[in-house]
Design a protein around this ligand. Structure first.
Ligand code: ADP
Ligand code: MG
Length: 563
């Protein structure tokens, strides 16, 4: 065995650790949640790998074992999961690899008080151990390897990695607790923390502590080690709906999604019959970090009969529901299904179709029964759900019906049905203006005439709007019409304002014709045409696109993408 190699933390990690070491954060008990969550993930990963290589499972049943040693002020967390080799240790515990931590770093303000609050919102994974420990060793052996490695650090600037001995695969993390953190050696305190944050973990969490019984007259006190299993150890999605509390959902949501907000909506149900599966899925409150990544990846975890298979299958839900988090557990897929086999698997396809239907059905129901909640969810994820209008032919009508938009009518969102109810006499089209910034849109001169006549205009602010509009030019027999395109048909619409322009306001036709000729001469072929319009009231002139041309916003959008 060598003395190991001293390595520096990535600069960002150093910055983070400095905060951990020096912060006085009241909820620092979350370090245990993070370690147990990692241990559970590690067991899931090994269970999956062992499906195709049984030899990897050398140890017994999976468990997470905590030992509190009051004499040495040490807390040990051990698991018999997948383990880490030398490269894994360096990559996982020396850099900011996880998206959650990167998100945390982005949000840092430099003001230590505010930043410490953020720890609670984000959690910071493994690194949170440095809130309670001044020395940490991680000894790990990767399943299938014979070599083991120890990672060691005080959280200040650097860490060492050296060869170690370990008889079984898995990871053992030893925390030497800070003087002011010895509460985390106390059996009752540990019990309480584990119950609060980790009760949903599907493998047993065993806690070993010393129990002292006073000795009889003239004899020493008797100290024994006592081990107890703290959690239920039952996968939360297999419990019946009524048995899971909101707090347990929140903790499970954070565990599966590696996020730190609370679920905005929970779906927990079981299907039996032709197909059997359980679903425990959540709609997050905040947009996940990777929501607008070009990869548009799904993160729902697939289990088969309680065995974790993958969180990287793009076939569980369509991309336009990629904000959903949680677990789907199938009874019908073969246990030895490989990730590759999942592609175009008919069983998975059927299940996916049924779950998608259920999610949209649930949203539909919510839009009627709890409009406020629905609008909050729509504000966070509507831009993604609208991708379904051009991607999911089968459900496009359902999606557009539930879609909500900003409009000139009021500050709140409107459905297209509600817009239609408010349409003016003689109005044939659904008017919209699109652009990235609603406030700028509201100031568009093109809106003036519509405002004056009291004609509502939809304010479409998502890039995706221009795309689905191409696929779906009509709704309920009415055509979507961009007010920055072609002539406006305002003249046909009955106005409800009484101060309609009187004859004195009208400019004689002849004068206008002369003016237009002049403008055309000056602008030459910089413009296609110059016309009079009734869409303007206070402004003298505005740009519009030709009836058959691309909408102006669309044109800008495509230009931005070099199309
Ligand atoms: P996250 O769990 O969100 O990925 P963490 O900071 O908690 O972030 O952990 C970083 C990585 O370290 C994990 O993704 C995992 O690869 C590895 N890791 C941490 N703890 C363990 C463990 N007990 N067994 C195996 N790998 C682990
Ligand atoms: Mg983690």
């Amino acid at each position: 065995l060598n003395n190991g190699e001293k390595l520096g933390f990535e600069a960002e990690v150093s910055r983070l650790l400095h905060m951990m070491v020096h912060s006085v954060y009241s909820d620092r008990e979350i370090f245990l949640r993070e370690l147990i969550s990692n241990a559970s993930d590690a067991c899931d990963k090994l269970r999956y790998e062992a499906q195709s290589d049984a030899a990897l499972m050398s140890g017994g049943d999976f468990s997470i074992d905590l030992t509190a040693d009051k004499n040495e002020k040490r807390l040990i967390i051990a698991d018999n999961g997948i383990g880490m080799n030398r490269d894994d240790l360096i990559a996982n515990l020396g850099t900011i690899a996880r998206s959650g931590t990167a998100g945390f770093m982005d949000k840092l303000t430099g003001d230590s008080k505010q930043d410490v609050q953020l720890i609670g919102q984000f959690g910071v994974g493994f690194y949170s151990v440095f809130m309670v420990a001044d020395h940490v060793t991680v000894t790990s052996r990767k399943a299938g390897d014979t070599a083991a490695w120890t990672w060691e650090s005080t959280g200040e600037g650097s860490y060492t990695v050296k060869e170690a001995e370990k008889t079984e695969a898995g990871t053992e993390i030893t925390l030497t607790l800070k003087e002011d953190a010895v509460e985390f050696l106390d059996k009752y305190r540990l019990n309480q923390v584990i119950k609060t944050y980790s009760d949903h973990i599907a493998i047993p969490i065993n806690l070993t502590t010393e129990e002292t019984t006073p000795g009889a007259e003239g004899e020493d006190d008797k100290v024994e080690l006592v081990t107890e299993t703290v959690n239920e150890g039952q996968a939360i999605w297999t419990r019946s709906k009524g048995d899971v509390t909101d707090e347990q959902h929140e903790e499970f949501y954070r565990h599966v999604s590696h996020a730190f907000d609370s679920p905005a909506h929970t779906m927990h149900y079981r299907v039996e019959g032709m197909q059997a599966y359980s679903v425990l899925m959540y709609i997050p409150t905040n947009q996940p970090q990777d929501l607008f990544d070009p990869a548009r990846k799904n993160r729902v975890k697939l289990y088969v009969k309680r065995v974790y298979i993958t969180d990287d299958s793009q076939d569980i839900l369509p991309s336009y529901l990629r904000f959903m988090r949680g677990v789907v557990d199938s009874e019908d897929l073969p246990l030895n299904v490989s990730r590759e086999m999942l592609q175009n698997n008919p069983t998975l396809k059927r299940m996916s179709g049924a779950i998608t239907k259920k999610v949209l059905g649930e949203l539909d129901k919510m839009s009627e029964k709890d409009a406020e909640k629905f609008e909050t969810i729509w504000s966070a994820f509507g831009a993604v759900i609208k991708e379904g209008i051009y991607e999911d032919f089968e459900r496009r009508d359902q999606i557009i019906k539930m879609a909500r938009f900003k409009s000139t009518h009021s500050e709140s969102l409107t459905s297209l049905d509600a817009y239609i109810d408010r349409m003016k006499e003689g109005q044939e089209s659904l008017y919209y203006i699109s652009g990235a910034d609603v406030n700028a849109l509201k100031k568009s001169p093109q809106l003036e005439g519509f405002k004056k006549k009291g004609v509502e205009v939809l304010l479409l602010e998502d890039a995706v709007d221009d795309f689905w509009l191409q696929m779906m030019p009509q709704y309920e027999g009415k055509t979507f019409k961009s007010i920055t395109k072609g002539g406006s048909d305002l003249a046909d619409i009955k106005s409800d304002s009484t101060d309609d322009e009187t004859s004195e306001d009208k400019v004689p036709e002849g004068d206008l014709t002369t003016l237009i000729t002049c403008i055309k001469e000056v602008l030459g072929d910089k413009v296609g045409d110059v016309k009079t319009t009734d869409r303007l009231v206070g402004t003298a002139a505005c740009l519009v696109a030709d009836e058959n041309a691309m909408d102006m916003h669309m044109e800008r959008l495509l230009k931005a993408h070099n199309q």
